[in-house]
Design a protein. Structure first.
Lengths: 113, 115
């Protein structure tokens, strides 16, 4: 069974600075997908970024980028130029093609002014 | 194009009552997924449904919980004889089958409180 581990329960960052959230996963699959979701206080689950395991190039979406290390089974999220609106719970998630999402326990990120 | 709609947003039930949570997928989506989020935890998969079919219910508790997605109308997650441990946020998501790897679209969740 796949597992996803987020080892940082909470993180803080000053506004405009950069922060990296860690995620590791365990799988025997070679083809899969990885995601970061953001859950602000409104509780809405918002897809931040997606990575296909067969692609070596790291995904980027504006201020959000990932460092995908397939051999190490690591998938960290970097947020540049942090904004107050980035304050949220962030979940790393794993999916085999056609299957369900498996989530990590989440990291609470607080952006301070 | 409305997103995934869940209602009610908040639901309070006394122990032993039934809870019915509704989910209307995005227009054109025929696949629905239910997840549960216990306090201070990540989302845990419960069940995956297509119209009139349960595809994967490996995350559903064996008793008291059931789900359906009829040909017409929303998907329903039903919890009979609720207990305090059922208090959680329940999320529904939907997808096109061939777009599932792009990630689901989630609803805003239903927070169930059992008193």
């Amino acid at each position: 069974a796949q597992t996803v581990t987020q080892s940082q329960p909470e993180m803080s960052v000053q506004e405009a600075e950069t922060v990296t959230l860690s995620c590791t996963y365990d799988t025997s699959e070679s083809n899969y997908y990885l995601f970061w979701y953001k859950q602000p206080p409104s509780r809405q689950m918002i897809l931040v970024i997606r990575q296909e395991a067969y692609k070596q190039q790291n995904a980027t979406e504006n201020r959000f980028s990932v460092n995908f290390q397939k051999a190490a089974k690591s998938f960290s999220l970097k947020i540049s130029d942090s904004q107050l609106g980035d304050t949220a719970m962030y979940f790393c998630a794993f999916m085999k093609p056609g299957n369900k999402l498996v989530f990590g326990a989440g990291t609470i990120l607080r952006v301070k002014s | 194009n409305a997103g995934v709609m869940q209602n009610p947003r908040h639901l309070v039930r006394r122990r032993g009552q039934e809870a019915r949570l509704r989910c209307s997928p995005m227009k054109g989506h025929s696949h629905v997924y239910w997840y549960r989020q216990l306090p201070e935890e990540g989302l845990k998969f419960m069940v995956y449904l297509q119209k009139e079919n349960i595809i994967d219910e490996s995350g559903m508790p064996k008793e008291r919980f059931s789900a359906e997605f009829p040909k017409e109308g929303p998907s329903i997650l039903r919890i009979q004889q609720v207990v305090r441990g059922d208090s959680a946020a329940y999320f529904c998501a939907s997808s096109f089958l061939d777009r599932v790897n792009y990630g689901y679209t989630f609803g805003s969740g239903t927070r169930l409180t059992v008193v």
